[in-house]
Design a protein around this ligand. Structure first.
Ligand code: GTP
Ligand code: MG
Length: 171
């Protein structure tokens, strides 16, 4: 019973990243299954009911407003790469409870605009931080990897592969 209860917990995903990387567009593309031509600055938190998610867990998706930091179970961080290490990861560390480390996913949106993958620049960052579960390249515009992105996010919370507890990092 305890295990079952544990499995039923909600997942709360926060999208953070540089302005205009497409956070709001991605949420709207996921919900409406089409690219929104006009996007508001941010959308209200949405809840995806358990039965339509791959892992059957209610999933809340939060568009980061830059003002308050909500309770969450996963962070999707949008790159450019240098801002991930210089800005976002320090900010996340500051705002999350050290004992319950929140897994991260790195998201490279607008893959429709680039010819080459940026995995080469992203891999060293992934290796540097054990809390980064995975990275995804996607496009809100042509709906590439959108449902996959949110599926990876659910999975990273429910079945993390990396160590969320890192003994050598503890002081
Ligand atoms: P802020 O809320 O201002 O921080 O921006 P945001 O990260 O929410 O980005 P938003 O969704 O507002 O998108 C910014 C611009 O990028 C808009 O003009 C979108 O139409 C465009 N955009 C978003 N996703 C994509 C994509 O996958 N491909 C292309 N080509 N354009 C995109
Ligand atoms: Mg926005």
């Amino acid at each position: 019973l305890k295990t079952l209860e544990k499995m039923r917990k909600d997942v709360r995903i926060l999208l953070v990243g540089e302005p205009k990387v497409g956070k709001t567009s991605l949420i709207m593309s996921l919900v409406s299954e089409e690219f929104p031509e006009v996007v508001p600055y941010r959308v209200e938190e949405i809840t995806i009911p358990a039965d339509v998610t791959p892992e059957k867990v209610p999933t809340h998706i939060v568009d980061y407003s830059g003002t308050k930091w909500p309770d969450l179970s996963l962070l999707s961080v949008f790159y450019p790469p240098h801002t991930v290490t210089n800005h976002w990861i320090p900010l996340i560390t500051e705002n999350t409870d050290k004992d319950s480390r929140v897994p991260l996913i790195l998201v490279g949106n607008k893959s429709d605009l680039v010819e080459h993958s940026s995995m080469e620049t992203i891999l060293p960052i992934m290796n540097q931080y054990s809390e980064i579960e995975t990275c995804v390249e996607c496009s809100a515009k042509n709906l590439k990897n959108i449902s996959e992105l949110f599926y990876y996010a659910q999975k990273a919370v429910l079945h993390p592969t990396g160590p969320l507890y890192c003994p050598e990092k503890k002081d």
